[in-house]
Design a protein around this ligand. Structure first.
Ligand SMILES: [Zn+2]
Length: 96
């Protein structure tokens, strides 16, 4: 059982959360007969890095890095970082 709070919005400002799965790919350049790098390249997908990041879509400063959140068994966003706020209700810490 993971210790966290299920979130459906940013705990600081209430905006939607965007979670990003980082993927890995390379741009492969051929070296030409002249020794120069070709202007054309081939994009090679090296598949997922299994790394997730998440941040507030309003960019209020809320950010989750690897280990700060998890997916519960029902694909819900489990916040393990901003756990001081109670019951998943949003708290305004920053004034604009
Ligand atoms: Zn926010």
């Amino acid at each position: 059982m993971l210790d966290g709070i299920v979130r459906n919005c940013c705990p600081i400002c209430g905006a939607p959360i965007t979670a990003s799965s980082l993927c890995q790919y390379s741009l492969d350049y051929k070296i030409l007969k002249s020794g120069r790098m070709s202007k054309r390249y081939r994009k090679t997908d090296c598949s997922s890095m299994e790394v997730w990041l998440a941040c507030c879509s309003a960019q209020c400063g809320a950010i989750w890095e690897e280990g700060d959140f998890a997916w519960d068994g029902r694909d819900r966003f489990l916040d393990m970082k901003y756990t001081d706020e109670q019951n998943g209700t949003s708290v305004r810490e920053y004034d604009y």
